[in-house]
Structure formats: C-alpha cells, structure tokens
Design a protein around this ligand. Structure first.
Ligand code: RAM
Length: 337
C-alpha cells in the first residue's frame, strides 16, 4: 500500500515536470489578499524568458501594485526568448484572467491567440516588447523608440571617434522591441552626414541567451579585426559582449542597453563600456500594472488621448504609437557612466 502511494506521488511529480518541460514554462501564482479592490481578479504577466534579470525587476514592479490591492498575479516565464508564447496565452484564457500583460517574442505567431483572448473580453497590454497594433489594447513602452535609436547611434559615433566599423548584437531576429530600435538606429544614420564614416558591418543574434551571445561576440571579434564598437540593445547581450571582450583583452568597446547592477564592473571611461543606457525596469512593471487595472476598471479603453493615474508614478496620457496602435511611455532614458 505504502509503496503504491509512493509510486502514485512519483508519477504525479513526473507528470507535472513533464508538462512544464513540454510547455517550456514555469507558472507561478501569487498568494491572494481577499480584501482589496482587485479581490478575485487575476492578472497575467508573461515575460520574454526566464532568468532575465530585467524581466525579474519588471515582474517585481507588477506584483507590487496588483497584490496589495488583492489581485492575483500569474507569472509565465518561457524558458527561452525563442519560445512561442501562444500556448501560454491559451492556458491563461482557460484560467479566466482579466488581463494579460505580455513582453512579446514573436508578434506574428501570437496574433491569432491574442485575438482570441481579446474576443473573450481579456485586456491585452503589451509591455517592453509590443504585440502588433491590432492584437493589443495598448503598449506600455519604456522610452520613445526614436529616442533610443538616436541615443545609441550618438553613443557609437562618440565612442568610435566618429568613424569606423561597428556591429549590433541583438536578441532574436523576431524581437519587436529590438527590431524597432535597430530600425530607429538605421534611420538615425540616414539623418546626418556626420555619420557617413560609420560602417555598420553586421547585426548578429544571441537570442537573449548568454552562451550564444558570447559566441556571437567572439565571432565578431574574429571576423572584423578593425571593429571598434559592439552596440547591444539587450541586457543579456550587452553583459555577454562586455565579458567576452574583456576576457579576450580586446580594444573593442561595448555600449547599448544594460542593467547598472549587472554591468557596473565594466562601465567607466577607460573601461570596456564607457557608458550605457537604461530605464527603471521596476517602474515599467508598475506602469504595466496600473495600465492593466485601468483597462479592467473601464477607466481607459487604450485609445489615444485618454489619461489615467499610475499611483506614485503620476498621471499618464495614451498616445499614438510610431508603428501603429497606441502606447503609453514611461521614460526617461538614463545614461549610466
Ligand atoms: C532584455 C530584453 C528586453 C529589453 C532589454 C533591453 O532584457 O530583450 O526585452 O527591453 O533587454
């Protein structure tokens, strides 16, 4: 009998592990405070991938707003930024959530499932990395896209001394936020003749995976002996690039978007990264939560011109997004040197 129970428990544990392995995702539900204004409401927070410190900070911010109000937060973390998030959305629909906030990996593949969620009355607020305009109610953008492109190109110009070879180390080739920033960088280069001496030799993809990002960096160092700068608009990429360049004893400099706490040992005038940029990730998670609540409570629909209160972050106005649809922008972009 004892043996039987043991076997059953083992089988159950095995089955659960298998499910999480197959869906490539860990599912964490928060404890619920039944007294608040959001009691009995569930809000999903779907990140790009597990193990990403930036995503962890955003999750923390999101939970810090929803949970004290009695709402339940369901966090979904795909194992990799290359994972399709469609199945996760499917399971959230069946869990009867009020809202899904998502940092999108692949907008095209997600479109049908996001629309199904919308048709069931679930509010979709993309954050950090947008869904296509027609598949979301709103995008919670960290910083105006054009501003990120401009700051990064200006940094590469400054660090290269105004001319020479540089490369981009991005995450996946489908990532909507990185692709928008790369497009913004390219259009920035067209705007001013002073950038004519800068040669963008390659855009490579480390998939927000530390090991792949390191090997892509090593390949760049080998392939382009005259390379001056690697610009990485991803926290995982920039850290991997800085580590690789530093271990190789190379003169190549690294800049881009990175977390201050992860990057501090590489930042400095004479160091691998003269300076980098970022925003407040915890605040981005909080703003995403206030946006999801405002949608759920009917205070906004996601239309341009609407305003809402985001607690200690202040009042925000929804505006038209550069690439269609609407967005609310956190800002500012901070230079870390
Ligand atoms: C990584 C992710 C995220 C992006 C930052 C800059 O953490 O790719 O989407 O916003 O980098």
């Amino acid at each position: 009998m004892k043996r039987n129970i043991k076997t059953q428990i083992c089988t159950a544990i095995f089955a659960l592990s298998l499910i999480s392995l197959l869906t490539g995702c860990a599912d964490k539900a928060s404890s619920v405070n039944k007294d608040g204004e959001l009691a009995d409401k569930k809000f999903a927070f779907v990140v790009k991938s597990a193990g990403n410190e930036n995503m962890k900070k955003m999750t923390e911010g999101f939970q810090s707003v929803i949970e004290p109000k009695g709402g339940e937060v369901i966090v979904k973390e795909p194992s990799y930024a290359t994972n399709d998030q469609t199945e996760l959305i499917g399971s959230l629909i069946s869990q009867d959530v009020s809202g899904i906030s998502i940092a999108v990996n692949d907008p095209a593949s997600l479109a049908p499932m996001l629309n199904e969620a919308k048709s069931k009355g679930i509010f979709i607020s993309a954050f950090d990395s947008p869904a296509n305009p027609e598949d979301r109610h709103i995008f919670v953008n960290q910083v105006e896209t054009e501003q990120v492109g401009k700051a990064l190109v200006e940094a590469v110009y400054d660090i290269t001394g105004g001319s020479g070879q540089w490369a981009v180390l991005s995450t996946t080739s489908l990532a909507p936020n990185q692709n928008a920033w790369i497009d913004a960088m390219k259009s920035e280069l067209e705007k001013d003749r002073k950038y004519d001496g800068m040669e963008l030799v390659n855009v490579v993809y480390g998939n927000d995976d530390a090991e792949k990002s390191k090997s892509e960096t090593s390949k760049l160092l080998k392939e382009y002996p005259d390379l001056k700068v690697i610009c990485s608009p991803t926290t995982i990429g920039i850290l991997a690039a800085a580590e690789t360049v530093s271990n190789a004893g190379s003169d190549v400099k690294v800049t881009g978007l990175g977390l201050e706490d992860e990057m501090s040992m590489y930042i400095g005038k004479e160091n691998v990264c003269p300076y980098i940029f970022f925003w407040d990730s915890v605040a981005l998670g909080k703003l995403t939560a206030y946006t999801a609540i405002a949608l759920e409570e009917g205070k906004i629909t996601g239309a341009s011109g609407e305003t809402f209160d985001a607690g200690d972050l202040g009042t925000f106005t929804i505006q038209d997004a550069e690439n269609g649809g609407t967005e609310v922008i956190l800002g500012p972009l901070v230079k870390i040197d």
